[in-house]
Design a protein around this ligand. Structure first.
Ligand code: ADP
Length: 459
């Protein structure tokens, strides 16, 4: 039997991320109330950076204490600098986790810049690393701020840095303006380049945000249009069904002769009215069903039922139609099936009706048979006919809405192409699978399998 390729439903594969990744995410995840993806990304980045800074500062203080027994921390200004910055970074981390991103980013980057500049003043960094070392240290917060802050924030940071650096020779006797000209101009040039990139990035982000807003609006409009369509369909089908039922009812009354004797022509006309109204009613019901399924408003009600009753429920009209075409109509019930199963009887009946009515419709000679069978832990509804069959290329296609093998206006068989789409959707809702085996001019077999649910399990 050919397996039709139905969409595979997403499976819950469990959380495969490593424990370390999950732990890191717990430490850096922004509050749920923040929805904007870009802001969430930046908040996560800032939290990670702050944790890293705290994690670098504290062990470096401890290791100096341990390695050098002579070291007197309380008379070393660097010790205070490291301690204070670690406390500020920890505070910024807490602020960021509480959703105060801008404050936290601004404060932490200003602190970082001040730490660098203070280190220059305290440790004679210029003397030890030279101008190149100073430039590297100063550019570190600038690069970070171009990622974390808006462009204006980075500009302010660069200006602040340069002003503090330019003021330094006033307080530090060993530092001259000539020495500072190179680092200041280098920092300004590189910062300008960083800013150009940051501006371009900000523009891109703004454009993405605008597109995301437009998309969200389009989704809202589509949802609203869909809701209106559903509402329209529901009210239209009610408006159509009420007069149709009256037409069907009165044409039946006329056929029975209750409204006076009819001559043969009038009888024929009322019969046509009756049958066509029935077809129209079936079509309206199908459209309503498929739109309910698509809107997620079709519910499955699980209840115990007897498989024998499901077989018995096959419409008498279908059997009569088969008889009128000279077709043998057979039903069989597998004794291996439990006497009672659990499922949505009404929906199962609907699936069976759609399959059997197709079998009768598309078969001109031979037979139509319906079997309920057991196959391991599943049970099957199998409908077989010796009709016109379906070419292999159409085996999947016919389960789509409004699809028919012969969709031309000259086609020999009536129908709308909704029956099998409803069968498939209803089957999926009940954890069922539809399979088809068919050959043109030989016949078709449709099998729908469902898990066996017994009464005990459903409680
Ligand atoms: P409808 O029967 O209203 O056209 P369905 O969705 O029930 O719509 O079926 C879609 C198409 O699949 C049919 O138009 C027909 O071409 C094909 N089909 C379905 N069942 C059979 C069958 N038993 N034998 C041959 N063709 C079938």
């Amino acid at each position: 039997m050919t397996d039709t390729k139905f969409p595979v439903l997403p499976q819950n594969q469990g959380d495969r991320r490593s424990l370390l990744t999950r732990f890191w995410e717990t430490l850096t995840n922004p509050p749920e109330s923040i929805r904007q993806p870009e802001l969430r990304r930046r908040m996560r980045l800032l939290s990670g950076l702050l944790l890293l800074l705290v994690a670098i500062t504290i062990p470096s203080i401890l290791s100096t204490l341990l390695v050098d027994p002579e070291y007197k921390p309380f008379s070393d200004p660097i010790f205070y600098l490291a301690l204070i910055s670690a406390v500020i970074f920890a505070g910024c981390y807490w602020l960021n986790r509480a959703g105060r991103y801008r404050l936290s980013a601004g404060l932490s980057l200003t602190t970082l810049s001040l730490v660098v500049l203070s280190a220059v003043a305290i440790t004679d960094l210029m003397g030890r690393t030279g101008a190149d070392g100073l430039v590297n240290y100063m550019l570190f917060p600038v690069v970070l701020s171009s990622v974390l802050l808006p462009v204006l924030g980075t500009v302010l940071l660069v200006i602040g840095n340069v002003i503090v650096l330019a003021l330094m020779p006033n307080f530090l006797s060993g530092l001259s303006y000539e020495v500072l000209v190179y680092p200041i101009s280098f920092v300004l040039v590189v910062s300008a380049a960083i800013l150009v990139v940051a501006v371009m990035r900000q523009r891109d982000l703004q454009q993405i945000e605008r597109q995301a807003d437009a998309l969200a609006l389009a989704v809202r409009e589509a949802e609203e249009a869909n809701r209106l369509k559903d509402q329209f369909l529901a009210s239209m089908s009610h408006e159509l069904r009420t007069p149709l039922n009256a037409i069907i009812g009165f044409s039946e009354v006329m056929q029975m002769g209750l409204a006076g004797e009819l001559n043969d022509k009038a009888k024929h006309a009322t019969e046509r009215i009756y049958h066509n109204s029935e077809r129209l009613l079936a079509l309206i019901n199908d459209i309503l069903d498929i739109s309910k399924i698509e809107a997620g408003r079709m519910e499955v009600v699980l209840q115990p039922f007897e498989p024998a009753n499901l077989l018995a429920s096959i419409d008498d009209t279908l059997k009569r139609q088969a008889g009128a075409k000279g077709l043998a109509f057979e039903t069989s019930l597998d004794p291996a099936l439990p006497d009672r199963l659990v499922g949505d009887f009404k929906r199962l009946e609907q699936i069976l009706f759609n399959l059997v009515s197709n079998a009768v419709k598309f078969t001109e000679k031979g037979s139509v048979s319906v079997a309920l069978k057991r196959a391991g832990d599943r049970w099957l509804m199998v409908v077989t006919d010796t009709g016109i069959g379906i070419p292999p290329h159409a085996h999947e296609l016919i389960f789509e809405k409004f699809r028919q093998v012969d969709g031309s206006s000259r086609r020999a068989y009536g129908g709308t192409g909704l029956g099998l789409a409803i069968v498939r959707e209803l089957a999926i809702m009940m954890d069922g699978q539809v399979q088809i085996e068919s050959q043109p001019n030989i016949g078709s077999t449709f099998a729908v399998s469902f898990p066996i649910i017994l009464e005990r399990e459903s409680i």
